[in-house]
Design a protein around this ligand. Structure first.
Ligand SMILES: [Zn+2]
Length: 65
């Protein structure tokens, strides 16, 4: 099971959650302030599974709101 990284903008805490791919976009509750308004960070792990022809590991992220 992969580990996903999340960020809590309320208290600016980064934390990790162990969960399945299907649940990666589920709400992650901040362990510090219990906020549910967290956002998932783009992890290099999840990006490595799609196509190796690009040659670049640069993953655009953060564009979604
Ligand atoms: Zn927090």
């Amino acid at each position: 099971m992969p580990i996903f990284e999340y960020h809590c903008p309320d208290c600016r805490t980064d934390f990790e959650e162990l969960r399945t791919l299907a649940k990666r976009d589920d709400i992650a509750v901040c362990p510090n302030c219990k906020s549910r308004r967290t956002e998932r960070k783009v992890s290099t792990f999840s990006a490595s599974g799609f196509g190796n022809s690009g040659g670049s590991s640069c993953v655009p992220g953060g564009g979604f709101t």
